[in-house]
Design a protein around this ligand. Structure first.
Ligand code: ADP
Ligand code: MG
Length: 468
């Protein structure tokens, strides 16, 4: 089956329709008009012939009749020879009597006149290069009186009219072709853009967005397509994230196990080393005491990372209890109080004591809130204001932690929850990954909004009616 473009499908029917209307219909009209005119013309000339006969004008010289009616007269004998003619300029072959009789179809006319003498007969002939309509009259004995009416002017008029009509037809067709081409293009261009976008999306480029802004069905289609691509990208990213988390979780669990045991031995040995009498500052080995202290500090740091990994990898086993979040939050903040004050951070607490009781694991929520507050604290090295508030919104209990710290660059926002994503020289990049994990285990969400150099707002949302 042939493939026609939409453009062709629009232009072609228009062209065919208008070809009919602008070319065939006028030509048909000309033909119809010519036919009607010819009928009238025949009747009129037949009337002249009758008058010529009835008034006896026929006995006058042919030249006189020629002048009176602007016609040519030819008279043939019964043997078809030309007896009289007003027509000049006949060619040599036309002058030959047999040829002329043949051309004038005298034999046929003779038969006709014999059989139906009162039914007029006419023929179209071309003589001396000009068209004529011939009207026949039988003259006794068996002679033919032929009245030739010149058709040249009428044929000429018909030709001119036909050319005019064709000219107008072609012009109108060109105009229609142009207009329908434009209409087709207007319609198909956005479709082409859409097809190109679809092809790019099909190759995996999910950042592709179709730039069609028309307010019609194609515009709606493009908007739906863009929405679909965005959804597809979001779900692909989620899938990648989930895969990463799963892999990171598995790796973390095995690493953490392997590292923790030798690490505790190392810590124990280093502590024992510190307690040796030779290590006291007065003894010769005393100068190594500071190095051993550094070793112990670094071991503590590795231990924090390993603990983070284990938290992250630990399978979800929630110890759910129906309770309020405010006491939990207050515990976390009182633990951090000294630290906050030390960093010159002013704490503003805006908690609702009466938030509804909800089901959650208090240790895990403590851990999540602690991570968020720690991040806020680390974002304000020069001090600032930390605002912690709780409220209910749309069947959720919310904890909002807002700082006036360094903020987060827009490009980082989408990576914050990825395990090991960190911008801190001594960070683990596991804090927010854990927060998200804990909130999701509770059927809740985490949202982060930030303006660089102004501050960050972290919103933890826990459902009132959690079906975890
Ligand atoms: P870590 O704290 O170990 O770096 P997190 O997962 O807790 O890992 O945080 C990841 C990154 O998110 C941080 O390195 C930091 O760049 C950014 N971040 C998180 N919270 C804040 C905040 N309140 N202000 C500024 N940046 C933040
Ligand atoms: Mg952190």
């Amino acid at each position: 089956m042939r493939r026609y473009s939409i453009q062709t499908k629009i232009v072609l029917p228009f062209l065919i329709l208008f070809a009919c209307v602008t070319i065939f219909v006028p030509l048909l009209t000309v033909e119809l008009f010519a036919w009607k005119y010819s009928e009238q013309f025949t009747r009129e000339t037949q009337g002249w012939l009758d008058t010529i006969v009835e008034t006896g004008f026929i006995r006058e010289p042919s030249e006189k009749i020629k002048k009176a009616y602007s016609v040519e007269i030819m008279v043939f004998g019964s043997d078809y020879t030309l007896n009289d003619s007003t027509l000049v300029g006949l060619s040599d072959t036309e002058q030959d009597w047999a040829n002329l009789a043949e051309k004038m179809r005298l034999r046929e006319v003779k038969d006709h006149l014999r059989e139906a003498s009162n039914i007029p007969i006419t023929h179209d002939v071309v003589l001396a290069g000009k068209p004529y309509k011939v009207f026949y009259l039988s003259l006794p004995p068996e002679r033919f009186y032929c009245l030739l009416r010149p058709m040249e002017k009428i044929a000429e008029a018909k030709r001119t009219l036909t050319w005019y009509m064709l000219g107008i037809g072609v012009l109108v067709m060109a105009l229609i072709a142009f207009i329908s081409y434009r209409i087709g293009k207007n319609l198909t261009n956005p479709i082409k853009v859409l097809v190109d976008s679809t092809a790019r999306v099909a190759t995996g480029d999910l950042d592709e967005q179709c730039e069609i802004k028309t307010h019609d069905e194609i515009g709606d289609l493009a908007a739906a397509f863009n929405q679909m691509t965005r959804d597809l990208k979001a779900s692909r990213d989620q899938l990648i994230q989930a895969e990463r988390l799963a892999t990171a979780g598995k790796m973390s669990a095995s690493f953490a196990h392997e590292i923790r045991n030798p690490l505790s031995s190392m810590r124990m040995l280093a502590q024992m080393l510190l307690q040796k009498p030779e290590m006291s500052p007065e003894m010769s080995a005393g100068k190594h005491q500071q190095s051993v202290r550094y070793i112990l500090e670094e071991i503590e740091r590795i231990d924090t990372i390993v603990k983070g990994l284990m938290d992250f990898a630990r399978p979800a086993s929630l110890d759910l209890k129906q309770q309020r979040i405010t006491p939990i939050l207050q515990t976390v903040l009182s633990l951090m109080e000294a630290n906050l004050a030390h960093h010159n951070i002013h704490l503003v607490l805006d908690v609702l004591p009466e938030t509804p009781e909800i089901q959650f694991d208090s240790d895990k929520l403590k851990q999540a809130s602690m991570n968020v507050v720690l991040n806020a604290m680390e974002a304000m090295p020069q001090g600032g204001v930390l605002r912690v508030s709780t409220f209910t919104e749309n069947d959720s209990v919310c904890i909002k932690v807002k700082d006036t710290g360094i903020g987060i660059p827009a490009a980082d926002l989408e990576h914050l929850f990825e395990p090991f994503f960190t911008r801190k020289p001594r960070g683990t990049g596991l804090g927010l990954a854990n927060v998200k994990r804990i909130l999701e285990e509770h059927g809740g969400t985490v949202e982060i909004d930030s303006i660089p150099d102004e501050g960050t707002e972290v919103l933890l949302r826990l459902p009132v009616d959690a079906s975890v």
